[in-house]
Design a protein around this ligand. Structure first.
Ligand code: DMJ
Length: 686
C-alpha cells in the first residue's frame, strides 16, 4: 500500500499577469526589487531555497560531464601504457593478453584484514603477460545495499517510483555512471539492472542502426582474438588457475567478508557472513583445492556465527549459504557443515510467520524477527519459490519436517493461485493476502526465473513423484512457447522476450540463459523432445549474446531485432552494457555438453573464460564486474567480484571441461540455483 498523496501545497505567484510590459532596464530592475520586497518572508525563503537547489544540482552534474571526458583520457592512458601501435588498431580488435602473472596458488601467509582504501588510480604492472585494466570509475555515491527495492509495475509499462525507492533508483543510475541510462527508470535487483519500460518492440536508434552491420551469427574468432584451442586437461587447469587467482584476491583483501572489491583491495558487506567464502567451499572441493578448502573450513569452524543481529535476505541466504553448507556436507561428509546448516535453517524460519504463509523477504537471524522490504508487503515470486530444494533437503537430513512443510505450503499455494497466464506467473506475491500482485507482466528473467527452474528440479529431487510440480512446469513451458518465444529478423535467432499487459517486449536478461540448461535437464528426464530443440536454439542465442559483443562477454540485458532489415540481432542499450561475471550461460553450456557431448559447447565456454581473463582479471588477484562489454579498450571495471563467480561461474566451467562424467552425475545430483549440488533422493518424499 502506498501512502495517500499529499494535498497541502504553497501557492507562489512569481509575476503579476496584469502588470505592464517594461522596456526600460533600470525600471525593470527597480520593479523587480519592489516586487521582491512585496513578497512574504516565506515566499522569499522558498525562492532562495529553490535557487540554492538549482545551484547544487548544477554543481552535482559537473562531475558526470568531466567524467565523460576523463573516460576518454583513460582510454588514451591505456593505449600509451601498452603499445603505441595499438592506437591504430581498429575498434573491437584488442591485443591478445596472456594469463596474468601472479597466478600462483594462494600464499601460505594467513588471511588478514585490510581497511578499505580506494586508490586514485590503479597502475597495473606492465608486462607482456599482464592485462592492464583502466582506472576504476570514480564513485560519486556508495550504497549500503545495491539489491534495492523492486521495480513495481502498475497500470501499464512504467514503473511507479515512490519516495525512497525513486531516490535509490536515481542513485543507482548515478553509481553506474551511465548517463544515457537516465532516459528510463532502472533499479537494481540481485545485482541486475532492470528496465521499467517493459512493453515495446523498440526499433534500434539511428546510431544503433548505423552501427549494426547485416551479419550472420558472429564467429568469436571474428571479434576477439583468442588463444589456440587447448585440450580438456589444459582447460581444466586454466579454470583452476582462474579460481586460485580469484581466491587470492579474496584471501588477501576480503577474508571472512562478503565480497571482494579487487581494485580498491577491500571488501563489501551484505550480510556480514563470509558470503564468498561459503559460496566457494564446494567449488574448491570439486576442483581438488585441498589446502584452500581446509583453510576456509577452519574459518567456518572458528569464525562463522549466525548469532548476529543482522537482517538477511531469505532467498539469497538460502541459495548461497544454506545451499553451500548442505552441499559441502554431502561432498565432504563433514558434520560441521550440517550443524551450521541446521543452525542457519532454524534462524530463517521466522520469515514464514506471515498472515498468508508466503514468507517475508528479510529475516533478522539474531533476533528471530522477519519483515518485508520497507517499500512494500510483497515478496518476489522467484524468491519465495526458489528456497525449496534447500529446505526440503534440510528436513530430510535432520528428520525435522518443519522446514519442508513451510516451503511445500508456498508451492501448494502458488499451484492453485489465480492470475497465471498459461502457466506463466507474475513477479510478485503479497505476504498478507497470499495473492499475486502487479499482474500482467511475465518474464523468465529477474524476479521469476528460478521459479521455473525449481519446479523441474524439485520434481527431480523428489524422485519424479510430485505431479503438481511437473504439471506446473510443463504448463509453464507451453506458456513460454506460446507467448514469449520469438525469432530475430536478421538471423532467425530464437529468444525469450517478455510480456507486459499483452504487449511483447523483445528483451532478454542474461539471467534467462539458465533456461537452455533447465530445458535440457527436463528432456534428459523424459520430458518432451521439443524442449531439447528449444534448448539447442536458445543456447545458440546465449552464445551470440557473447560473441556479438566486442569483448566477447555478454551484456546484462539484450534486446533483439525483429525486422530482417534491422542488421544486428542483438542490440544493447547503454544502461544494459555491464557484465557481472554471471554464470547462466556457462551453466547451460555444462548441461548441453553433458547431454549432447557436442564439443562446440566446450569451445564456447573456453572462449568465455578467456574473455573473463582478458577483460575482468585484476593483476594482483580477483576478477571484477565491468561496465561496458562493447568497449574492449575501456571495459570500465566496477571494483566488485560477486560471490557467484566462484560459487557458480567457475564451477560450471570446470565441470564443462571435465571428462569425468561421474563427477556430480546429473542422474544423482541436482544443482540448486547457486550451483550447489544436492543429492537426488533415493526414495520419494513422505
Ligand atoms: C545467482 O545468485 C543465482 O544463480 C540466482 O538464481 C540468479 N542470480 C545469480 C547469478 O546470476
Amino acid at each position: 500500500m502506498y501512502p495517500p498523496s499529499r494535498k497541502d501545497f504553497i501557492s507562489l505567484t512569481l509575476s503579476d499577469p496584469h502588470s505592464h510590459a517594461y522596456n526600460n532596464g533600470k525600471h525593470r530592475r527597480q520593479s523587480c526589487w519592489r516586487k521582491w520586497k512585496q513578497l512574504s518572508r516565506l515566499q522569499r525563503s522558498l525562492i532562495l531555497f529553490l535557487l540554492a537547489l538549482l545551484l547544487i544540482l548544477g554543481l552535482l552534474s559537473y562531475p558526470s560531464i568531466t567524467e565523460q571526458w576523463r573516460g576518454l583520457s583513460d582510454r588514451e592512458d591505456w593505449l600509451e601504457l601498452n603499445d603505441p601501435e595499438l592506437k591504430a588498431a581498429p575498434p573491437g580488435v584488442k591485443p591478445v593478453l596472456g594469463p596474468a602473472a601472479g597466478d600462483a596458488p594462494a600464499p601460505a601467509a594467513g588471511p588478514h584484514l585490510e581497511p578499505a582504501v580506494v586508490p586514485d588510480a590503479v597502475v597495473a604492472p606492465i608486462g607482456p603477460n599482464v592485462p592492464i585494466l583502466p582506472k576504476p570509475p570514480i564513485k560519486k555515491k556508495t550504497f549500503p545495499n545495491r539489491r534495492g527495492p523492486p521495480n513495481l509495475q502498475r497500470d501499464g509499462n512504467v514503473s511507479d517510483t515512490v519516495g525512497g525507492e525513486k531516490q535509490e533508483q536515481e542513485a543507482v543510475q548515478e553509481e553506474e555512471g551511465e548517463e544515457e541510462g537516465k532516459e528510463k527508470k532502472i533499479v537494481s535487483w540481485r545485482g541486475a539492472m532492470i528496465e521499467a519500460d517493459q512493453a515495446t518492440e523498440p526499433p534500434p536508434s539511428a546510431n544503433e542502426k548505423e552501427a549494426a552491420a547485416p551479419s550472420a551469427p558472429v564467429n568469436p574468432a571474428d571479434t576477439v582474438p583468442l588463444e589456440v584451442s587447448t585440450g580438456p586437461a589444459d582447460r581444466l587447469e586454466a579454470v583452476r588457475d582462474a579460481f586460485r587467482h580469484a581466491w587470492k584476491g579474496y584471501k588477501d583483501h576480503a577474508w571472512g567478508h562478503d565480497e571482494l572489491k579487487p581494485i580498491s583491495k577491500s571488501f563489501s558487506e551484505w550480510f556480514g557472513l563470509g558470503l564468498t567464502l561459503i559460496d566457494s567451499l564446494d567449488t574448491m572441493w570439486i576442483m581438488g583445492l585441498k589446502e584452500e578448502f581446509a583453510e576456509a573450513r577452519r574459518w567456518v569452524e572458528k569464525e562463522l556465527s549466525f548469532d548476529k543481529n543482522v537482517d538477511v535476505n531469505l532467498f539469497e541466504t538460502t541459495i548461497r549459504i544454506l545451499g553451500g553448507l548442505l552441499s559441502c556436507y554431502h561432498l565432504s561428509g563433514d558434520q560441521l557443515f550440517l550443524e551450521k546448516a541446521k543452525d542457519l535453517g532454524s534462524r530463517l524460519m521466522p520469515a514464514f510467520k506471515t498472515p498468508s504463509k508466503i514468507p517475508f523477504s528479510d529475516v533478522n537471524i539474531g533476533k528471530g524477527t522477519a519483515h518485508p522490504p520497507r517499500w512494500t508487503s510483497d515478496s518476489t515470486l522467484a524468491e519465495v519459490t526458489s528456497i525449496q530444494l534447500e529446505f526440503r533437503e534440510l528436513s530430510r537430513l535432520t528428520q525435522e519436517p518443519q522446514y519442508q512443510e513451510v516451503v511445500n505450503e508456498v508451492m501448494k499455494m502458488v499451484h492453485t493461485l489465480p492470475g497465471k497466464h498459461d502457466g506463466l506467473v507474475p513477479m510478485f506475491i503479497n505476504t498478507n493476502s497470499g495473492q499475486f500482485t502487479h499482474k500482467g507482466v511475465f518474464t523468465l528473467g529477474a524476479r521469476a526465473d528460478s521459479y521455473y527452474e525449481y519446479l523441474l528440479k524439485q520434481w527431480i529431487q523428489g524422485g519424479k513423484t510430485e505431479d503438481d510440480l511437473l504439471e506446473d512446469y510443463l504448463q509453464a513451458i507451453e506458456g513460454v512457447k506460446k507467448h514469449l518465444v520469438r525469432k530475430t529478423g536478421p538471423n532467425m535467432l530464437t529468444f525469450i522476450g517478455e510480456l507486459s499487459h499483452n504487449r511483447f517486449n523483445a528483451k532478454m536478461d542474461h539471467l534467462v540463459c539458465f533456461l537452455p540448461g533447465t530445458l535440457a535437464l527436463g528432456a534428459h528426464n523424459g520430458l518432451p523432445g521439443d524442449h531439447m530443440d528449444l534448448a539447442v536454439q536458445l543456447m545458440e542465442t546465449c552464445h551470440q549474446m557473447y560473441v556479438q559483443m566486442e569483448t566477447g562477454l555478454s551484456p546484462e540485458i539484450a534486446h533483439f531485432s525483429l525486422q530482417s532489415s534491422d542488421g544486428r540481432d542483438v542490440v544493447v542499450k547503454p544502461a544494459d552494457r555491464h557484465n557481472l561475471l554471471r554464470p547462466e550461460t556457462v551453466e547451460s553450456l555444462f548441461y548441453m555438453y553433458r547431454f549432447t557431448k557436442d564439443t562446440k559447447y566446450r569451445d564456447w565456454g573456453w572462449d568465455i573464460l578467456q574473455n573473463f581473463n582478458k577483460y575482468t582479471k585484476i593483476p594482483d588477484g580477483g576478477y571484477t564486474s565491468i561496465n561496458n562489454v562493447r568497449d574492449p579498450v575501456n571495459p570500465g571495471p566496477r571494483d566488485k567480484m560477486e560471490s557467484f563467480f566462484l560459487g557458480e561461474t567457475l564451477k560450471y566451467l570446470y565441470l564443462l571441461f571435465s571428462d569425468d562424467m561421474k563427477l556430480l552425475s546429473l542422474d544423482k545430483y541436482i544443482f540448486n540455483t547457486e550451483a550447489h549440488p544436492l543429492p537426488i533422493w533415493p526414495s520419494p518424499p513422505k
